[in-house]
Design a protein around this ligand. Structure first.
Ligand SMILES: Nc1nc2c(c(=O)[nH]1)N[C@H]1C(S)=C(S)[C@@H](COP(=O)(O)OP(=O)(O)OC[C@H]3O[C@@H](n4cnc5c(=O)[nH]c(N)nc54)[C@H](O)[C@@H]3O)O[C@H]1N2
Ligand SMILES: Nc1nc2c(c(=O)[nH]1)N[C@H]1C(S)=C(S)[C@@H](COP(=O)(O)OP(=O)(O)OC[C@H]3O[C@@H](n4cnc5c(=O)[nH]c(N)nc54)[C@H](O)[C@@H]3O)O[C@H]1N2
Ligand code: SF4
Ligand SMILES: [Mo]
Length: 726
């Protein structure tokens, strides 16, 4: 075990989910004695969830890898870092020398964005691979938000955040912040915030195929048939225009395309879509009226409306609803942040679709291809076939559609490298695993989530423990690999040469300091050379973080469109309404599977990788199939009985949980389980493995516009699993 810097209280931000809760960590005798909410954190004010304590369990987990491992015929053997770096780079270079640059693929997983060092050092490493086969969890998550933001506001990171603390009407589609703690809406203590909203007379309405934990806190909940939200949103817009409720206010001065939206929505009266969505026409009209008449309202949609066949259209139309009702960029509406490190200014937005995936022709976005196509890019021969893969902080076997299909493809690789602290469902296929130092051994600053927070704040967390002797940080691993990939390649331009030299000497802290100094509150930024401006040194003096005030209107200055105007009806999205009409209003094709499968999140899980913590998994079995009583009865299924769920791509068996919290025709399995795979080293998780939702979801189902996995369009059949004959 590594030693603590000092005994006593330490303050830091929890980096597990997006909520950025402040923690007070009590260390005694070099070990963590207690983790509690930091009441002095100006943002989270003491809020934490049960996962915070698990930071200690992960830190002390005997299954967490501490040394590089190499797979041999006789099992895993420890290797030195130098040997591992040299071997990794040599194997990747060899594959590229033989088969071309694109023969190396790379996948970055979710913890990358929760990690200062990874955020700063992963991009140059990925660039050093010079491949077009880049993938990440973005295309099983928030890609539609970036897509809509790019076309409407000119930059993929200009994602408006619901101003939950000042709104009077919160319309939530396909998000369950009471369990997920909020997403693209960093707001620790969502349950309290929703309660406060209602106590000040506001309204919360949830649209979801499941009566979720959030729905339980709302004034109203409407069941919606999965994947039909685009119709619901078009019907909302139809009503707003038809009933003269469109009032964009000051936004009208810099918004184009409103007439086009009116024309598009004209063919979607609520009565026309009601049967398909499952929401009553009168209810939609009433909702539109209530939303428009609220003084401050915001419509927000997250993963349930993102990961479906019309994800991009949904995220676009949600922004449109906020604009036409005048709720974008005003307090209580959907607002843009002013983060202390302005990643929007520093990252370049590029025109999407510059290249397409080789096998299926899915479009690139932000330099990445949709991960739903990864397995076929490995399995399909020809030039550009992926023959080596790097995974960083990702578990795509459990997290991408038809994960079992990907699992079958990984053994075909000539070489696989994983940078990950666990030997899990994905990394067990690697030839080399490089484990990074743990989260508590790393300094932290949320480059991404300060950008997406409901209040402007900034907080730096120093490392709590010294890394164990011989351990490497993620960023050091990435830097060493990059150097070796670039070795012998002479930069063509002076600029590139300088950049490389600078990168060789940079640390995350130095880069953070620069970002803070140049940022809008920085000593060299907004407050020109003022003595109060932010720098890392000054932030370090405020261990609980600094409050930089509520979100303020930022438009039109913040827009990155060339004309500094909001593009309300971008061509690519407006065109896609034809597909909505053709596919969602046509008679449904009989695909041989009669139920729709959706996922769900649980407070004590975090995607696929926190099930090795006893205190989070103990108790009642959580990986169950939620099924409506009418569907259960028709199949003779009772709660607790094992059921077989089948889809085009696979089958799983798990216990049924009969409940009317899902709507008829819909079943739900939580995502991130399925730890029964041979060869994983997760001793706690293996005892309660559950099954993987993504052994059922279909890699062929994507939103063709942006390539995001269409999880909520998965079709399955369910039957009682008969006991095996004796
Ligand atoms: N059907 C369905 N599928 C889904 C979803 C869904 O709702 N339904 N949700 C999707 C979403 S939103 C996401 S974000 C993805 C997540 O997909 P992934 O990012 O692929 O999966 P995670 O489960 O987050 O796995 C994280 C991995 O990072 C490792 N790790 C943890 N901390 C660190 C670290 O500090 N450094 C390094 N190098 N590694 C670390 C863990 O051991 C684990 O292997 O799943 C998606 N998949
Ligand atoms: N405890 C916990 N917290 C987490 C995570 C975790 O795994 N566990 N993961 C983190 C990550 S990576 C992310 S991206 C966020 C995600 O944060 P959220 O988006 O809030 O996540 P979910 O809880 O999956 O909520 C999605 C909701 O969409 C609903 N839904 C499914 N299909 C449809 C549909 O077609 N239409 C509509 N309207 N609704 C639909 C589901 O029933 C579900 O209630 O959570 C983060 N926080
Ligand atoms: S809500 Fe998220 S950030 Fe807060 S303690 Fe839980 S896991 Fe950590
Ligand atoms: Mo996510």
């Amino acid at each position: 075990m590594s030693d603590a810097r000092d005994d006593g209280m330490h303050f830091r931000t929890c980096n597990l989910c997006e909520a950025m809760c402040g923690l007070a960590v009590e260390v005694e005798g070099g070990r963590i004695r207690r983790i509690a909410g930091d009441k002095a954190d100006p943002f989270s004010r003491g809020h934490v969830c049960p996962k915070a304590v698990a930071l200690r369990d992960v830190h002390e987990d005997p299954d967490r890898l501490r040394r590089p491992l190499r797979r041999t015929a006789g099992g895993w053997e420890a290797v030195s870092w130098e040997e591992a770096f040299d071997e990794a780079a040599a194997r990747l270079r060899e594959v590229q020398a033989r088969h071309g640059r694109d023969a190396v693929g790379v996948y970055l997983g979710n913890p990358t964005v929760h990690h200062l060092g990874a955020m700063l050092f992963a991009p140059p490493f990925v660039r050093s691979l010079r491949t077009r086969n880049r993938f990440s969890a973005t295309s099983v998550d928030q890609l539609p938000h970036h897509y809509a933001a790019h076309f409407m506001f000119g930059h993929p990171l200009l994602i408006p955040v619901p101003d939950v603390d000042r709104t009077g009407f919160f319309l939530i589609l396909g998000a369950n912040p009471a369990a997920s703690n909020g997403s693209l809406m960093t707001a620790p203590g969502m349950r309290r915030r929703l309660r406060d909203l209602r106590e000040r007379g506001g309204t919360v309405v949830v649209v979801d195929p499941r009566r979720s934990e959030t729905a339980a806190l709302a004034d109203a909940h409407h069941f919606i048939r999965p994947g039909t939200d685009a119709l619901f949103l078009l019907a909302m817009l139809h009503t707003l225009f038809a009933e003269g409720l469109v009032r964009p206010g000051r936004l009208a001065g810099f918004t184009d395309g409103t007439a086009r939206i009116e024309a598009l929505a004209a063919s979607f009266p609520p009565e026309r879509v009601a049967e398909r969505t499952g929401i009553d026409a009168a209810a939609v009209r009433e909702l539109a009226r209530a939303f428009a008449s609220a003084e401050r309202a915001v419509c927000y949609g997250r993963i349930g409306v993102s990961t479906q066949a019309f994800g991009a259209v949904c995220q676009w139309l949600i922004n449109v609803v906020n604009v036409v009702t005048g709720n974008l960029d005003r307090p209580g509406g959907a607002m843009f942040t002013t983060p202390a490190v302005d990643v929007v200014r520093q990252a370049k937005g590029r025109r999407p679709g510059r290249w397409k995936s080789r096998v299926r022709g899915l479009p690139e976005f932000g330099g990445e291809l949709p991960v739903a196509t990864l397995a076929e890019e490995i399995l399909t021969g020809g030039e550009g076939q992926i023959r080596a893969l790097v995974t960083f902080a990702g578990n795509p076997v459990l997290s991408t559609p038809n994960g079992a299909g990907l699992e079958g493809a990984l053994p075909k690789l000539d070489f696989m490298l994983s940078i990950d602290p666990y030997l899990n469902e994905t990394t067990r296929h690697a030839h080399l695993i490089l484990p990074p130092a743990g989260a508590l051994e790393s300094a932290h600053y949320d480059l991404v989530f300060h950008l997406l927070a409901v209040r402007n704040t900034a907080k730096y967390s120093p490392a709590l423990f010294e890394p164990e002797p011989g351990a490497k940080y993620d960023w050091e691993i990435l830097r060493e690999l990059r150097k070796r990939m670039e070795a012998g390649r002479r930069p063509k331009r002076v600029g590139a040469w300088i950049r490389r030299k600078v990168q060789d000497r940079m640390t995350p802290e130095r880069m953070l300091d620069l970002g803070l100094r140049l940022g809008p509150y920085g000593v060299w930024g907004g407050r020109k050379l003022s003595r109060e401006g932010l720098s890392l040194k000054r932030l370090k003096r405020r261990p609980h973080g600094v409050d930089l005030g509520p979100l303020a209107p930022r438009l039109p200055e913040r827009l990155h469109t060339p004309d500094r105007r909001i593009h309300l009806a971008p061509e690519a999205l407006a065109e896609d309404v034809k597909r909505v009409e053709a596919e969602l209003l046509a008679t449904e094709a009989d695909v041989g599977f009669d139920l729709t499968l959706i996922g769900r999140r649980q407070l004590r899980s975090n995607n696929s990788w926190m099930h090795n913590v006893e205190r989070l998994v103990k108790g009642k079995e959580r990986c169950t199939l939620l099924i409506h009583p009418s569907d259960a009865e028709a199949r003779g299924i009772r709660s607790g009985q094992p059921v077989e769920v089948r889809s085009r791509v696979g089958a799983v068996v798990l216990p049924a949980e009969v409940s009317d919290e899902v709507m008829p025709g819909v079943v739900s399995i939580p995502h991130g389980w399925g730890h029964h795979r041979p060869g994983v080293r997760l001793r706690v998780a293996e005892r309660r493995p559950g099954v993987s939702l993504n052994d059922l979801t279909d890699d062929r189902l994507v939103d063709p516009l942006c390539g995001t996995a269409a999880f909520s369009n998965a079709r399955v059949a369910v039957r009682l699993r008969e006991p095996e004959p004796a």
